[in-house]
Design a protein around this ligand. Sequence first.
Ligand code: ADP
Ligand code: DP6
Ligand code: CO
Length: 351
Amino acid sequence: MEGLVMKTCEGPVNIAVIKYWGKRNDELILPMNDSLSVTLHVDHLRSRTTIACSPVFKEDEFWLNGKPFPINERMRTCIEEAKKHISEEKKELSKYKLRICSENNFATAAGLASSAAGFACLVYCLAQVYGIDEKVVDLTILARRGSGSACRSIYGGFVWWQKGTSDDGHDSKAVQVASEARWPELRAVILVVSHKQKDVSSKDGMKRSRETSQLLHFRSKQIVQQRIESMIKAINAKDFDAFAEITMKESNQFHAVALDTFPPCFYMNDVSRNVIDLVNKYNAYKVDMGSSTRYSAAYTFDAGPNACIYLQDKDLSEFLSIIVSSFPSIEKEYVRGLPVEVVSSSVDIFP
Ligand code: ADP
Ligand code: DP6
Ligand code: CO
């Protein structure tokens, strides 16, 4: 086809250890507090997006997971913002309409960060099509306009989203704290408890929390910054005890905020709570067996029932065998990736 330009890119998910929940500006997606995550760079958890642009296309079109999907306001913003930074030699392309086709190879809108992988991938792909110079334009700021957590998926390893202080959002961006090579022994196990789409999206849930949860306002002002500092120290020192304790307390507090929201949001379910119980029992068992650390595994849950468990390589096979015997109906896909291991189930554990 005459004048057709086409690019395909992949984007990874990230799972926060210090949670983002609550915006101070909805339109610009400016958060109430900083957050920090680990990017899970594995084949089994990724978005893949193809963007084509051509003078013959009549309208912008989008397909998500094989079905036509309306181009929402956030996608529109990402496209328009990207066009502002188009390179001189690609200027002509900004007049052409786009066909965008994206596929997630894991559950969409189920608390496994599909919006993070999806929008990071979209923005990265737009930057490729439009020849945007990454040294001049911060892609984390562009990705943030699609979904807040997406800014952290632009980098691998350990990534810190700094909330910034400006009203226009030019300093609300993600930076890499350490690459995955800093802590190669760290692993993540993903337990897919349910593929079901969540009842309340992250966008709507956090808006409701900001309007009704006093705990959210307290946490974002009084608790998070100290935890960010401690978490960065823990990562740099590869201190698993500190990393694990902050991670689990953050997950607990985020879900406490969800319950403090009115009407409340229930993101975890009974299986999620069984997983927490199992991690606590595993940690106690390891201490009994003479472990020199207080924690051997740490759970965290985003806005959905699916679990992410961080642990170290030395404990991985033992922990997986316990998971398999405790949840016998789990369907396993076992993939080695850096810095994570993934176990995922494609069926509900307790349907
Ligand atoms: P999750 O926990 O999966 O991040 P969210 O409620 O934050 O769930 O966001 C889900 C929304 O993200 C979807 O309804 C869709 O609008 C958007 N999304 C998910 N995947 C993609 C993708 N690959 N490309 C563009 N947008 C996506
Ligand atoms: C619980 O980034 O999905 O996963 O910015 O409205 O798109 P929007 O929300 P989103 O929220 C993620 C919330 C979280 C915690 C986190 O990833 O930090
Ligand atoms: Co999301």
